[in-house]
Write a protein that binds this ligand. Structure first.
Ligand code: ADP
Ligand code: SF4
Length: 687
């Protein structure tokens, strides 16, 4: 057990304007893909954070008016009084556990697309909107600014009615009108809202004063501010104008919630920002300028780092979005001395990808996030075992480990067999590639749990065949046997005409490279997978001294990684490493000394000299054992994870979790009741 007393400062209450937070754990606003579209699910997710011990639990950005319409994305909405009941579900759920509820009001300005409302987009000056849409924003005139202030004020009053304790003015992530007014490259106004910093900050100052005036008697006013755009002299810098803003507004808000802008910088992935607490340098002086409490973020999962940030006077409250998604129970675990039970965020941004995809939030580490209401899943609790006693899980990748851990938590005897020398499957293999070390946390957390359980037996170097499974005499078998990367080049774009491969050519798969194969000389990496792996393998090959040509049918490198907010960084890194990137090309022939590629559009063929090729195209499911065990009298025989349906690590963890939960659930319930849905109420609305 950890020294719980040592962490006492994290549990000291703190006054925030007219309200008091019970401790220093502050779940800053983050999107969930639930919002106004799925309010019960939203309330249950936020309520779970409060149950897990967070002293403050916030919404995501919450639109104040139809001119700030983020459809089709499901953020918060408080356009008028009819939106109050949905948000009251959330404040009630949060208050039930003694936490404060915060709402991040927003007018998104040129970040909104207004595709649903068809309202004109509003911006500091006339300009194209930030999304790639055929629209321009128009400059707010004085009447618009007066209206905007009224909308914000009225939304604050509605938020108070909905039960919120903390109400935000938001100027961050490049996503809000208040911040857009502050930035010289977006604000070309010549009136009192443009020009000097003081003028550019005027709108924010007015919004803060209005909010305080409207609700400040009972609610704290928080200010979320992107202090540095991380563009050097081309953008706002923390030490220059960023500091100027803090000085101008110093004690006006009750809480300073400070981060770096844009979202990709704020939610940096471990691949590009391995150090937790990476924002400290940017926000460390804020407390010297203001007497008001400061909350900061930076993938803060370690209680020691949290404590040192308080002790050094960097922040007063520990802010978290992703760490609270990966483990909603961090505060309770620290308080109870269960620090080794914290499920650490791996910084993969699959959570952020959910937002961009317009779907409910998913997390690699926490398969229950977003499932609290619709599936009734609790991150720390699971139903006790049913009739069966013995279970066998084959394969210890993310699916097998999660399945085994949850079966063990339910009380079953679990035997876990792994063919390789070490447990961890694909997360172990991938975590050895450049920039992916944090992937290992997926295995570490689960192995740490499994190793402490008396009802679990784990066997490495134990490749099981059907006879060995039957000999074990265990009648409930879960096969998390994973996948193998194809070596024939078949993939999304080469299905009709796979590359013709000369048998004497050197062809590798990602499995070969991860197992230690080292091609030499000039190597073509062919990416028809488009997620992250091919880009990482290209980096690995450069480290090995290869000259790398990256060929992909997509128009960018690792195109899916735009959703995880790192595509531009991946492409920039490969360019910096001297990788020769050839987009819009499919693979035609693989010869010993070259490959041919064809332009996706014109069909024009090119020849690329190379000594070897790495094919990152598709995976094949390992189902041999499953097929051999058919008809052998097992009561349960289930493929789990990638072996059932190849996908992200998050999907494998989810499926392992689901399999353990569904085990011995009455069959028709598991089949008919996938999950509860929030269905539009068709009762006629009063005009
Ligand atoms: P997932 O992502 O679904 O968890 P992985 O590919 O990460 O899948 O892991 C599958 C694991 O299963 C690998 O570590 C592999 O060594 C192991 N495995 C596959 N077949 C067998 C088998 N017959 N016996 C034991 N282990 C196996
Ligand atoms: Fe962290 Fe990845 Fe989960 Fe997001 S999806 S909270 S980055 S582990």
């Amino acid at each position: 057990m950890a020294d719980v007393q040592g962490y006492a400062p994290l549990f000291e209450p703190i006054r925030l304007g007219p309200v008091t937070a019970k401790n220093r754990f502050y779940q800053v606003p983050h999107c969930t893909g639930l919002g106004h579209v799925r309010p019960r699910a939203e309330a249950a997710l936020r309520g779970m954070k409060a149950e897990g011990g967070w002293g403050v639990v916030s919404t995501q950005e919450t639109e104040i008016h139809p001119t700030s319409d983020l459809a089709p994305f499901a953020e918060g909405r408080l356009w008028d009084a009819r939106d109050i009941p949905a948000l009251r579900l959330m404040t009630d759920a949060v208050h039930d556990h003694g936490a404060l509820a915060a709402v991040q009001l927003v007018h998104n300005g040129r970040h909104a697309t207004n595709l649903l409302s068809r309202a004109p987009v509003l911006a500091p000056s006339d300009m194209a909107i930030s999304a790639c849409q055929p629209k321009q924003g128009r400059a707010l005139d004085k009447a618009d600014i007066r209206a905007l202030r009224r909308w914000h004020r009225e939304a604050a009053l509605r938020a108070k009615d909905a039960g919120f304790d903390i109400i935000y003015v938001y100027a961050g992530h490049g996503m809000t009108l208040a911040q857009q007014f502050m930035l010289p490259h977006l604000n070309g106004r010549s009136d009192e809202y443009g020009g000097s910093l003081e003028n550019r900050v005027r709108l924010t100052l007015e919004l803060l004063e209005d909010t305080r005036d409207a609700v400040g008697d009972t609610c704290a006013v928080a200010f979320r501010f992107g202090i540095d755009e991380m563009l050097g002299p081309d953008g706002m810098q923390a030490a220059e104008e960023g500091r100027g803003v803090v000085e101008l507004l110093a004690d006006l808000p009750d809480i300073w919630d400070v981060n770096v802008s844009d979202w990709a910088n704020d939610s940096a992935t471990t691949r590009f920002q391995p150090q937790d607490g990476y924002q400290n340098d940017y926000l460390s002086y804020v407390k010297q300028v203001t007497d008001k409490p400061v909350v900061g973020v930076g993938r803060l999962t370690s209680p020691d780092m949290m404590l040192s940030m308080l002790r050094k006077g960097i922040v007063d409250l520990i802010g978290a979005a992703r760490p609270s998604i990966a483990d909603p129970f961090i505060p309770r675990k620290i308080e109870e001395g269960r620090i080794d039970e914290i499920r650490e965020c791996i910084g993969c941004n699959i959570c952020a990808a959910s937002d961009g995809l317009g779907i409910p939030i998913r997390c690699t580490q926490n398969p229950t996030i977003g499932e609290e209401w619709r599936r009734g899943w609790h991150p720390e609790r699971i139903a006790a075992q049913g009739q069966a006693t013995q279970t066998l899980v084959v394969g210890s990748g993310p699916a097998g480990l999660e399945c085994a851990m949850q079966l063990a938590r339910r009380g079953y005897e679990v035997t876990l067999a792994e063919g390789a020398m070490d447990f961890g499957g694909r997360v172990l293999r991938e975590s050895r590639l450049p920039g992916l070390a944090a992937w290992g946390r997926v295995a570490d957390y689960r192995l740490n749990d499994l190793r402490q359980r008396a009802n679990v037996q784990m066997f490495a170097e134990s490749t099981l065949d059907a006879d060995q499974v039957i000999e074990l005499g265990i009648e409930h078998v879960f096969l998390a046997t994973g996948t193998a990367w194809r070596a024939d080049g078949v993939g999304r774009n080469t299905r009709r005409s796979p590359p013709l491969t000369d048998p004497s050519a050197f062809v590798y798969t990602p499995d070969d490279i991860m197992a230690g194969s080292e091609p030499e000389g000039r190597v073509v990496v062919y990416d028809d997978d488009h997620i992250y792996l091919a880009g990482v393998i290209a980096e690995k090959l450069v480290q090995l001294g290869c000259e790398v040509v990256f060929v992909t049918p997509e128009s960018t490198v690792s195109s899916f990684s735009a959703y995880t907010l790192e595509q531009h960084r991946i492409q920039a890194r490969l360019i910096e490493l001297g990788v020769d990137i050839r987009c819009n090309q499919t693979l035609g022939r693989i010869a010993p000394d070259c490959v041919t590629t064809a332009c996706l559009y014109s069909g024009r063929v090119s020849r690329v000299e190379c000594a070897a090729t790495v094919l990152v195209t598709e995976r094949q499911r390992n189902t041999t054992l499953f097929e051999q065990l058919q008809g052998k009298g097992l009561i349960t025989l289930e493929l789990v994870g990638d072996a059932a349906a190849p996908g992200l690590i998050a999907d494998a963890v989810f499926d392992g979790h689901r399999a353990a939960r569904d085990f011995e659930r009455p069959k028709d319930a598991a089949e008919q009741d996938w999950f509860r849905r929030e269905i539009t109420d068709l009762r006629e609305e009063a005009p």
